[in-house]
Design a protein around this ligand. Structure first.
Ligand code: DX5
Ligand code: ZN
Length: 216
């Protein structure tokens, strides 16, 4: 049985005690720290920016999986590389010259991810799939934690998997939004490699055990 990699989203962490929550992830079975950066323009919410990412990086011992929900991300690629991002994911819908953005992320030594909103067709990645390291399929509309999972995601995972196989890409599939132990197994069975989970982990009584449970 394939096990998922888990990326707890620090958006749901206790910002008054961020070090504690980062260290919980360090000591858990999670693979990444998922970091959601929102600008209030691409999405209707503002989360946190560079100083907070810097603070997370100071305590994190696992790779930083940075999800940019911002317009014109090209402006900040170098800054996120300097902040220690391991994977840098930009939104398909936010990039006019996506190929150039992907090449720039990789030239800075980071893994390049592309995120798709729920309405964005997976097949739009056909001409870029060989260049990217990660496809992030949004299973809620980006902007907020704690929303309900959109069921069409399973279909999108299957399409992404087929595309990756057909094009001989090594891209991983990451699912973000509304992930719980009620859907984690089905997501992995459909082809997901990495599961992001915010509320389900941090609002649970024992986040470490919840991460283990999601991993399967
Ligand atoms: C939403 C973010 C997610 C969010 C997931 O826009 O990209 O990473 O933190 O939160 P949950 O797991 O609560 O849906
Ligand atoms: Zn995210």
């Amino acid at each position: 049985m394939k096990k998922a990699s888990i990326a707890p989203s620090l958006l749901a962490a206790d910002f008054g005690n961020l070090q504690h929550d980062v260290e919980m992830v360090n000591a858990s079975e999670a693979t990444y720290h998922h970091i959601d950066v929102m600008d209030g323009v691409f999405v209707p919410n503002i989360s946190y920016g560079m100083p907070v990412v810097k603070a997370i990086h100071k305590y994190a011992t696992k790779p930083l999986d940075v999800h940019l929900m911002i317009v014109d991300p090209d402006r900040y690629l170098e800054e996120f590389a300097n902040l220690g991002a391991h994977i840098l994911t930009v939104h398909y819908e936010a990039c006019t010259h996506l190929h150039r953005t992907i090449q720039a992320i990789k030239a800075l030594g980071m893994k390049a991810g592309v995120a798709l909103n729920p309405h964005t067709n997976v097949m739009l990645l056909e001409d870029i799939i060989q260049d990217i390291d990660l496809v992030l399929i949004m299973s809620v509309n980006p902007g907020f934690g704690g929303q309900s999972f959109i069921d069409n995601t399973y279909e999108k995972i299957k399409k992404a998997k087929e595309l990756i196989t057909r094009k001989k890409s090594s891209a991983l599939i990451e699912i973000d939004g509304g992930v719980t132990s009620a859907n984690s197994k089905q997501l992995v069975d459909a082809g997901a490699d990495i599961l992001v989970a915010g509320s389900f982990v941090f609002k649970s009584e024992d986040p470490t055990a919840t991460i283990k449970e999601l991993k399967g």
